[in-house]
Design a protein around this ligand. Structure first.
Ligand code: 1PR
Length: 530
């Protein structure tokens, strides 16, 4: 029996799912005695250092936790749960950590994008039982802005490079901590957790010790989900957002089955978009919540869900905040939520008033769950203009001339699945959403969607140059070369596709095999079947 310390600040569902998938049962500690009496304790920290320590104090968890850590029983701290082991953190100067390991937690002060999000490698420093079965070349999923800086180098188990080399895991006796998320790190993460649970395994060093590690470009599979005319929830796919063929909604498969297939094929993340979410309230759409719950039991990479994340008043007059809608998705297994139509309306209002209300979906969700949990899904359409100053929007020079030979264009934001164009441009939307607290941009392109003609490189460059947060290039992928092109010609951190994966024209593992050696990726793992 594993005891999981949940101090109530966020989503621990994915850790529970990952452990249960390994055949172990999980008990959640909700009282100090349950920590003191645990056999093995896992502490997945979520949120911010200061509030975490405050809650641990209020609940009377600090003394039993220290006692547990000093007892020699197995402990695994994940992310903030590892940072808690140290003395202080730059995230909350006045707050003391548990102080079990001498050292501090520091914020990245580097030229690269912060948070450090995505799959990066490990440089193993000493043998440990958690490395059984690992080759040493695996990548693990990170999402953090702070890193631990131990006083004693001997506690550093692995280091990882992201502008600087930082301690990505620590071990002292039976106390283990990882900055990365094993529960979201595919088969490698499952192996590592399994090694932690089986305390009698030998200490080993993986055969291939990396001396330098690199953050991978991510390949993301997107599933547009909606009810078809028979009322079944299906994965569909549009051509320039039109999902009907001969009058009926295209049905490309069942959401959970497809997501599991993409996981096995090596998808680095999976995104579900509830494409009728702008009109159907998602908390009434229980099948979608069920899809998420089922998927998160089998799929151990980050899951994003979008569609209908906004404030809503139901037929009985009860108002739900966007934060409540998002919370339901997080509880059901999502790691990030994506906001589409509402982001456009929020930005229009902010640019009009010049005031941050602190109450928008972007601000409230990022405050509680962190910036990295808020993705903005942008649905722009190209509008040609004759000159750079023809309109007040952000205009770019284009190599693809318009119907009347226009050499300039801007990208018009739309809402309601492309049905309604607004005056806002995609560059202003992305930049303002970053300012409001968004952590990532999912950059679609209606003109390119479903065309298999390649990504809109000009759009991606225009938006990427305007923000420092990661950008997911989306729409138009038709072959593996298109992924190489987007990663070579833009600074996008990820590329997303739908149609070619659903129709098996180019499976994800084929994209990764093609990119291997050309672009830094997480290698395909055909045995991804834990
Ligand atoms: O506005 O917050 O309720 O969110 C609705 C979400 O649903 C938005 O993220 C919007 O992008 C999405 N959506 C709405 N209508 C459609 C539609 O297709 N009719 N899907 C739609 C957009 C997602 C794209 C697609 C890529 C790759 N499709 O990300 O997956 O274009 O496709 P490809 O590789 O086949 O070219 P809200």
């Amino acid at each position: 029996m594993i005891t999981l310390l949940d101090y109530g600040a966020g989503n621990v569902r994915s850790v529970i799912n990952a452990i249960e998938n390994l055949g172990e049962s999980v008990q959640i500690a909700r009282r100090p005695e349950e920590i003191a009496n645990a056999e093995k304790l896992i502490f997945p920290g979520v949120g911010a250092f200061g509030s975490m320590m405050q809650i641990l104090n209020q609940k009377g968890y600090i003394d039993p936790l220290r006692d547990f850590l000093q007892s020699g029983r197995p402990f695994f701290g994940i992310c903030l749960g590892m940072q808690a082991l140290f003395e202080t953190s730059e995230e909350a100067f006045a707050t003391e950590g548990l102080g079990i390991l001498p050292g501090t937690v520091k914020r990245f002060d580097i030229d690269l994008a912060v948070p450090h999000i995505g799959w990066n490698g490990i440089h193993v420093k000493k043998p440990s039982r958690i490395f059984n079965g690992l080759a040493g070349t695996e990548k693990f999923y990170f999402v953090h802005s702070y890193y631990v800086d131990p006083v004693d180098d001997a506690v550093t188990l692995t280091s990882t490079d992201y502008a600087i080399a930082f301690a990505s895991s620590v071990q002292q006796g039976n106390i283990l901590g990882t900055q990365f998320h094993p529960e979201k790190s595919g088969r490698a993460g499952q192996l590592l957790l399994d090694n932690f649970l089986a305390v009698d395994r030998d200490k080993v060093t993986p055969p291939d010790i990396r001396t330098e590690t690199k953050l991978a470009k991510r390949i993301i599979a997107c599933l547009d989900v909606r009810s078809n005319d028979q009322g079944d929830l299906v994965v569909t796919k549009g051509d320039q957002y039109d999902v009907r063929e001969a009058g009926t909604v295209r049905n490309l498969g069942k959401p959970v089955e497809l997501a599991e297939r993409y996981y096995r094929e090596g998808a680095d993340e999976i995104t579900f978009l509830n494409i009728t979410g702008f009109r159907d309230f998602p908390l009434e759409d229980l099948p979608m919540i069920e899809v998420l719950k089922q998927t998160s039991k089998q799929v151990f990479v980050p899951l994003t869900i979008g569609g209908g994340i906004r404030d809503y008043t139901d037929a009985n007059g009860r108002t739900y905040s966007a934060l409540e809608v998002a919370a339901e998705y997080f509880r059901s297994g999502a790691d990030k939520v994506s906001i589409g139509s509402d982001a456009v309306l929020i930005v229009e209002e902010y640019l009009r008033s010049g005031q941050k209300t602190g109450k928008s979906a972007i601000e409230t969700i990022s405050r509680v769950y962190g910036n990295q949990a808020v993705v903005i899904s942008v649905d722009p359409r190209r509008v040609y203009v004759p000159s750079p100053d023809a309109v007040p929007q952000h205009v770019i020079a284009t190599d693809i001339p318009g119907p009347s030979g226009e050499a300039y264009c801007w990208y018009q934001c739309t809402i309601k699945g492309g049905r309604e164009g607004r005056n806002l441009d995609a560059v202003a939307l992305a930049r303002t959403c970053e300012d409001l607290g968004a952590g990532e941009i999912l950059l679609n392109c209606i003109d390119k969607d479903g065309t298999n003609s390649g990504f809109d490189i000009e759009l991606i460059n225009a938006v990427k140059q305007a923000v420092t947060i990661p950008v997911i290039a989306s729409s138009g992928a038709g072959n593996a070369q298109h992924f190489e092109e987007v990663f070579r010609q833009t600074a996008a951190e990820s590329a997303l596709a739908a149609g070619i994966f659903h129709r098996r024209e180019v499976p994800i593992d084929a994209v990764k095999t093609y990119l291997h050696g050309k672009v830094e990726i997480r290698p395909p793992d055909l045995t991804e079947n834990c």
